[in-house]
Ligand binder design. Structure first.
Ligand SMILES: NC(=O)c1ccc[n+]([C@@H]2O[C@H](COP(=O)([O-])OP(=O)(O)OC[C@H]3O[C@@H](n4cnc5c(N)ncnc54)[C@H](OP(=O)(O)O)[C@@H]3O)[C@@H](O)[C@H]2O)c1
Length: 260
């Protein structure tokens, strides 16, 4: 069992998938953790298994939900050492045909909520001279993704913001890391309308929520800037870095039209 340098934690999107797995790994390591999501029943099921866990039911698509989490993160009497911005979703389909309100909700959660909570965390942690901020992005952040355009754009924002904060906070005692997973079997496929990916992509393309969560927690503990779990996705990210942008974009567009 890994031992972590964090003494307390807060994880958003802890009711399923990668966030729930991070919560369990923190619980097994004895780190008291605040679990955030909309489905309180799912959060309570996890919280009951570990000492010192608590539940904060919040809809991060609303200002009130974001404010509640920012207040918890900024509380100086009960400081939170590790903040994980993990809640997020995607929308698969042709941009022109998608519902504008749903896309707005996606930006609200993936970008605005993450930015406001990161701001509250960075402020509190910089004042204390210590802390850990882990933002869950995606390998989609390194490449425009026709067919998943808004999602990839929100994650490009997350990776860029996180890299900048890592540098701004260098030397302050605050660790900031972007976790960039590839395909991971969770409820994400159901919620982003990408369940067909399970038949399209071979088994070796899928990473587990367990290994992704472990890589993220280990990476932020070690103050890595970007963590890409799995050899396949590490290789793809390096390849996309050295592939001419126009060519990579065209390939991505072709891959998307084959899936349709
Ligand atoms: N799975 C993949 O292939 C993959 C790949 C790369 C990156 N990621 C990223 O990994 C992160 C976790 O996703 P996952 O794969 O674990 O998907 P998931 O199983 O669908 O989990 C998403 C979590 O976000 C929470 N959430 C969604 N909307 C919310 C809202 N408005 N307010 C509060 N919480 C909300 C959900 O909880 P409630 O529904 O209970 O609110 C759930 O706990 C996301 O940021 C995703 O973009 C996933």
């Amino acid at each position: 069992m890994p031992s972590f340098p964090f003494t307390t934690a807060l994880v958003t999107g802890a009711s399923s998938g990668i966030g729930a797995e991070m919560a369990r790994q923190l619980g097994r390591a004895g780190v008291p953790t605040v679990l955030v999501a909309r489905r309180g029943d799912k959060l309570r099921e996890i919280a009951e298994q570990f000492d010192g866990f608590s539940v904060l039911e919040a809809d991060l698509g609303t200002a009130a939900g974001q404010d509640a989490v920012m207040e918890a993160v900024g509380n100086t009497e009960d400081p939170i050492d590790l903040v994980v911005n993990n809640a997020g979703f995607g929308t698969s389909g042709q941009f022109a045909e998608l519902d504008a309100d749903r896309l707005g909700d996606e930006v609200e959660l993936n970008v605005k909520a993450l930015t406001r909570i990161s701001n509250a965390a960075a402020r509190a942690m910089a004042a204390r001279g210590s802390g850990y901020l882990l933002n869950v992005s995606s390998v989609a952040s390194f490449q425009a993704a026709p067919g998943l355009a808004v999602y990839a754009a929100t994650k490009a924002y997350v990776t860029s913001l996180t890299e900048a904060l890592h540098e701004e906070l260098r030397g302050t005692g605050v660790h900031v890391t972007a976790l960039c997973p590839g395909l991971t079997k969770t409820e994400f496929q159901e919620h982003s309308n990408t369940t067909e990916y399970e038949a399209t992509f071979p088994d070796f393309a899928w990473t587990s929520a367990e290994s992704v969560a472990a890589a993220g927690l280990d990476g932020v503990a070690k103050n890595k800037t970007i963590v890409v779990p799995g050899a396949l996705y590490k290789g793809l990210v390096v390849t996309s870095d050295i592939t001419p942008r126009a060519f990579a974009r065209r390939l991505s567009g072709l891959a998307s039209s084959i899936r349709r």
